[in-house]
Each structure stands twice: as C-alpha cells, then as structure tokens.
Design a protein around this ligand. Structure first.
Ligand code: ADP
Length: 223
C-alpha cells in the first residue's frame, strides 16, 4: 500500500534519511523508533505524501507520488489516517464536529450513526458536545484517533500517540490501535517508548523499525 524505495531526505543542511526502503502491506503492524531528531516524523510525512523526498520513489496504493496531481494526491491521502503528534483541534467546534471534520471539509454528509459509534469506541460517547479546550490529554489523543479513522482508512500512521499521556492511557490507546489492526487496518506507530513496544509485542505480531545513522533498520528481538 505504501512503498518507499531508496528514499533520501534532508532539510537543506545535513542528510537526515538515506537509502530508506519500506513497505507497509495490508494488515501490517509496524513500530518506528529511534532517538528524538532521528527523522521519525519526517518518515511518516513522506509516507502520507506530505513531503516529497529529495531522492528515491514513493508509491501510495500503486501510484507514484511524484506523478500525482494535487487533487489525486488529496484523494489518495484519504485512504491514510494520520494521528499528529500535537493533535490540534478547532476549539470553537464540538468534539463530534472535530472528529467529523474530514466529512465536513469535503462537503459530504456526516454519517451520524457511525460517528457516535466511533466516539463510543474510543470512550468519548459522553463528550460529543464538549469543546476541545475542556478535554484532557488522553481524551484529545483518543479524539485524534477517532478523527484519523472516521474515513475508514486502509492504514493509520500515528506520530508519538502516547507522548503526552500516562501509562494507563498509553495502554488504552495501544489496545485501540491493536483492535483496529485486527479489523484489517495497517498501523504504523512512531514512538521512542520502548516499554510500549515491549507490551505490544505480547499481543500483536509487530515489526519494529529503527532509524539510526540516517538508515532504517529492522530492530532485533533485544528490545
Ligand atoms: P523525530 O520525529 O525522530 O524526532 P523529526 O523528523 O521531527 O525527528 O526531525 C528530524 C530532524 O529534522 C530534526 O533535527 C528537526 O529539527 C529537523 N526538521 C524537522 N522538520 C523540519 C523542517 N520542516 N525544516 C527544517 N528542519 C526540520
């Protein structure tokens, strides 16, 4: 579904990623780890066509990103749900409206029943009418997860989804992502939390990728 071939990237001054090959297949569960500043967020952005690589090629669902028009890329990106590190919301809209934003923004009717089922699934059924500033960190992360999956994407990319929450909430978010994966959605989670990865390995066949020295490595079982 997402394939990077010999991809390199930099932001001008120094090389950040070099010779990266990656394939996210249907139903896969990947962790992406590496120290802060290694390029995890950058690699995720490359994976959803938000950044063009300096070299190499990126295919999303069989189409080369370099050859896609802006509109075609926007269409393709709907098949990829993204949970951003900072999970921003529009503070004047309710939680339900924020989660439904991918529908509202594209002028489509909001599937109300699906929306409420989704909010219940992430444990926010009671907070549908709440405004984002009143939500806790864990509630925001779960809302971001709901927003990422409302369009039923084939793959979800999550950037440090447990970065600002306590261990219990990390476990809860992880179990939601594992459940999603069991229903067939491919998942890739960028995290530096090795405890989270260790926990996940007990419940899902996760592949652990690590960025080190600009390269993407498959991590061994020594985590
Ligand atoms: P990670 O997610 O592993 O912490 P990032 O991909 O966020 O790493 O960042 C890798 C490096 O690239 C960092 O040194 C960061 O400062 C730099 N960087 C990230 N985004 C930009 C940008 N838009 N412009 C310039 N430098 C950037």
């Amino acid at each position: 579904m997402i394939r990077l071939t010999d991809v390199s990237h930099d932001y001008g001054d120094r090389s950040l990623l070099s010779g990266v090959d990656l394939h996210i297949a249907p139903g896969a569960f990947h962790f992406l780890t590496g120290p802060s500043g290694a390029g995890k967020s950058t690699l995720l952005r490359l994976c959803y066509g938000d950044l063009r690589p300096r070299a190499g090629s990126i295919e999303l669902f069989g189409q080369n990103v370099a050859a896609l028009s802006r509109d075609a890329l926007a269409d393709t990106r709907r098949r990829i749900g993204v949970i951003h590190q900072d999970c921003q919301f529009l503070d004047h809209l309710t939680l339900a409206e924020n989660v439904a934003l991918p529908f509202i923004a594209t002028g489509r009717a909001v599937p109300e029943a699906d929306l409420h089922e989704l909010l219940s699934w992430v444990g926010l059924g009671h907070a549908a009418e709440a405004l984002p500033p009143t939500l806790s960190g864990g509630e925001r992360q779960r809302a971001a997860l709901a927003r990422a999956v409302i369009m039923s994407p084939d793959v979800v990319l999550a950037d440090e989804p447990t970065g600002n929450v306590d261990w219990d909430m990390s476990q809860r978010l992880l179990s939601l992502l594992v459940e999603l994966n069991r229903m067939g959605t491919a998942v890739m989670i960028a995290t530096h939390d090795l405890n989270l990865i260790r926990t996940a390995k007990g419940v899902v066949a996760a592949r652990v990728l690590r960025i080190a020295d600009q390269r993407l490595h498959t991590a061994g079982s020594d985590l």
